[in-house]
Structures are given as C-alpha cells and as structure tokens.
Ligand binder design. Structure first.
Ligand code: DGL
Length: 282
C-alpha cells in the first residue's frame, strides 16, 4: 500500500510521529486503550536521532512529517517524540496549523506527562532523564513550573541511551555502566528526588535496568500510558475530532528508512513482524 491508497480509502487515521522507533512504545499503549481507531505510524528513521539536532532542524523535519501525515488524511497527529514535542510542537501549533488547517490538531507527549506529575511526587522533587535536545529546551521544567511552581526539577541528558537501545545493547552488561552513571548524576544533583520521568520514548526499554539501580522509594514514570490516557480523554472531550477519526482498527507503518531496516529494528520495540512502507520526503 502506498500513501495515496491510504488516503483513497477515505481513512482519517490518527498520526503517530516519531523521529525513529521510540514512538512505538507510545503507540503500543494508545492502541491498547483505543483499539477501535485507525493509526498511521511514521518514523523518520533516515534522519534519526533528533535528540542531538538544533531547534531549527528538528522543527523543519517535524513539520515536514506532520504535513505528510496530513496529506495522508490524518486530522489529528501525536508527536510521540519528546525532542519534537520540546522543539517543534509550539511553533507548529501556533504558527503553522492556523495556515495549514485550523481544524486539525497536533498534540505532544510532554503536557500529558507533566499534568499528572503532582499526583506522583510526594517530596516535590522530580528528575528528568531525556535526550540532550529535550534537556536543553527546558520544556519540562518550564511546563512543570507553569502548573506546579512548588515542584523542583533536575534534568540529566543521557545521550548514549538511544544508540544503546537502537543497537539492541540495552539488555547487555555494557548498558549498566551508562544507566548507573546518569542515575548517579541526577541523584547527586538532588538527593530528594522521588520521581524520575523517562522523558524519551526509547527509555521504557531500559526500565528494568533503571529500577535495578534505584532506591525503592523512587517512582519511574514512563509516558506511554499517560499519553494514551490523555488522548482518550481528549477524544472524549472533543467529539467533533473523535467523529472525524476513522475507526476500523488498522495500523499502517511508514518509514523514511528502508523497510528491511525498519522491520529489524522495530522488532526491538514491538513483538511480531512489522511491515512498513517506505516514504520519501521531498
Ligand atoms: N524519540 C526521541 C525522544 O523521545 C529520541 C530519539 C531521538 O533522539 O531522535 O526524544
């Protein structure tokens, strides 16, 4: 199937966009909660990682992919990538959407995570583990400050975690060194932290290892379920959008990389054989 055929079926799938494979951890949870909807997953695998790229580049790439998803019929797109949510979401929502189509929506993964953080932390001290790009953007501390000014946030960039996972080395002994290193750094920065946000869609694959090196009183917050809850809630509140989204329970995967590479790496994130369609971005 090609992008035009997806549109020709008069589908309005929900677009799930990520720079690579990490968004599959979000899609997994979304489809558990909302199995009736149609989805298109688009991984910009040819240009991943976004986490080390500048604001301008992440914005440009993200907008290009969102526009593609709109062309494929999506009325609603979720940026299932923290880096894109941190560096591109606001500009797309405020500057581009009114010009492209004011009735379409693009939502991110930071807000759904931040919104519930006050219900998880007891000490009011929260740690963020994320890519360098997300940390530098300061999106998490700024968003948390807006909602819960009393919460203190410390951040730690973990630049090697994504490549470890993408190379299927996250369960190996080598990964332990880099997991311990960043956990030590963040707990050294603030010893009162009782909640750690996994602010990168890849990191849930490291959750067992992360928990192994943390004191038991520290909660590890993984985003998939939170984003799925928030989307379900959004669709309940916005029936006009829910009505526009088609519901045949289908998922189509698109990648800017080769389909063979996508199939082999995606299997690290999802069980089963995932057949993607190659998408050329102009
Ligand atoms: N998906 C990205 C995120 O959640 C991580 C991968 C990348 O750096 O592109 O931040």
């Amino acid at each position: 199937m090609n992008p035009k055929e997806v549109t020709a079926k008069k589908n309005s799938p929900i677009g799930i966009f990520d720079s690579g494979y990490g968004g599959l951890t979000i899609l997994n949870e979304i489809k558990k909660q909302l199995p009736e909807y149609d989805y298109i997953y688009l991984g910009d695998n040819a240009r991943t990682p976004y986490g080390t790229r500048s604001f301008d580049v992440v914005y440009k790439y993200t907008l290009q992919c969102v526009t593609k998803l709109f062309e494929m019929g999506c009325q609603l797109v979720i940026l299932a990538c923290n880096t894109a949510s941190a560096k591109a979401l606001r500009s797309i929502q405020q500057r581009d959407l009114p010009l492209i189509d004011p009735n379409r929506r693009v939502l991110g993964v930071i807000r759904p995570t931040v919104e519930v953080i006050n219900t998880i932390t007891k000490s009011g001290h929260v740690g963020l583990l994320a890519t360098a790009g997300t940390v530098q953007s300061e999106s998490y501390p700024l968003e948390i400050k807006k909602l819960y000014p009393e919460i203190k946030v410390s951040s730690e960039a973990c630049p090697l975690w994504v490549p470890l996972i993408e190379n299927n080395e996250h369960n190996g002994d080598g990964a332990d060194f880099f997991v311990k290193k960043h956990l030590q750094n963040i707990l050294f920065a603030d010893s009162q932290i009782d909640t750690l946000i996994l602010g990168c869609t890849h990191y849930p694959l490291l959750i067992d290892k992360i928990k192994r090196y943390l004191p038991q009183n520290i909660q590890v917050v993984s985003q998939g379920e939170l984003v799925a809850n928030s989307l379900a809630n959004y669709l309940k509140r916005h029936t006009e959008m829910a009505d526009k989204c088609s519901k045949n329970g289908t998922i189509n995967y698109f990648t800017t990389e080769s389909v063979e590479k996508f199939a082999s790496s995606a299997s690290i994130f999802m069980n089963g054989n995932i057949e993607a369609i190659h998408l050329e971005l102009d």
